[in-house]
Design a protein around this ligand. Sequence first.
Ligand code: GCU
Length: 398
Amino acid sequence: MRNTLKLIATALIASLSLVANAQPDGRIVRSKRQWIKERRPELMEMLRSQMFGREPGKAPDLHATILEESADAFGGLATRRQIKLSFDKEEKYYLTLLMYIPNDRKGPVPAFLGANFKGNHATTTDPAVLMPTEDKLATYAPGYQVEPRNTNGHRWEYEYILKHGYAVATFCYNDVDPDFHDGFHNGVHQLMDGDKPRDGESWATISAWAWGLSRCLDYLETVKEVNAKKVAVIGHSRLGKTSLWAGATDQRFALVISNDSGCSGAAIARRKFGETLEVINRNFPHWFCDNYKSYNGREEKMPWDQHELIAMIAPRPVYVASASEDDWADPVGEYFSLVGAASVYKLFGYEGITDRKVPEIEHPVVVGRMGHHIRRGEHNVRLYDWQQFVSFADRFLK
Ligand code: GCU
């Protein structure tokens, strides 16, 4: 946070021209209609062709098989359901969705949906959660080690979420596309593209994870205990970049949360603070489409910036969370993308976060349909974060 405060001045300068309803040629989008009909499609085209790549449509044969179900999860608090969600008839491509649904419910409940890093079993102490399957593990990065149960349990406050009346669903991101540069041979690119040659606009791995989130939403639309019109998509870090892109491309998501999403997520690229495009594209060449690499070291030449990704979520509620020690993700830049997107929320008649003073640590701010906080501490997801997400979601999804 010390750094954060020091950077306010820089942030002000860097963000002065970043207003999402202004086009690069200086024209201002003045109406909701103009945003929806002209500018949003134009930006969508830009983000697809220059950053995430062009995602395909639905899966050829999406179908669900319940692998396990029990109403006694967490001492009877919830029903646990584990689902094999297959994308093709042969069931070669699938993810395993872990769902908890609160037992104390009157009708269909709202839900949180997010991918996880280390497998469903690593999100909880619940001993009934299935371990990753051998056929899936064979596609993961060479040398991949299965983590013990509950390794990332602190990131998934299931009991807290369930007690507040939400269902929660998660899957391991590697199931959709393994997180290493495998030339797009493992994972859903193969299924959806076959042998089609790749080009600069071909979809990459973040786009594939976002596609997976949308397929889970297709499934949630068939689950009677869940209100699929009230699903919040959430993600941490690289999966926070993913939740923002899922929220932009799939307007069925009712609310979007990014946690510590940083570079190429919520953080304004032009600030070049913490991780830069050159670094992210070098270390993770499979995350974005090839055209994105042409902006390495040329952030100021980008015909968009990340506040416009946030604006694509408008008018749906959006929450951006940061952590005070997470300089790599640039908390100031993450905050300023909200400020930059507020003008678009305004076009829809909603207030947004416009204060150019970065909020203090652990002083959550909610204005209109935007929410923000900086948690004290490291790059992670903690109970404090979930408390803010749930209270934000309560305003819109209850
Ligand atoms: C790396 C990467 C970040 C990413 C993070 C994560 O630190 O540089 O861009 O957000 O991993 O996903 O944990």
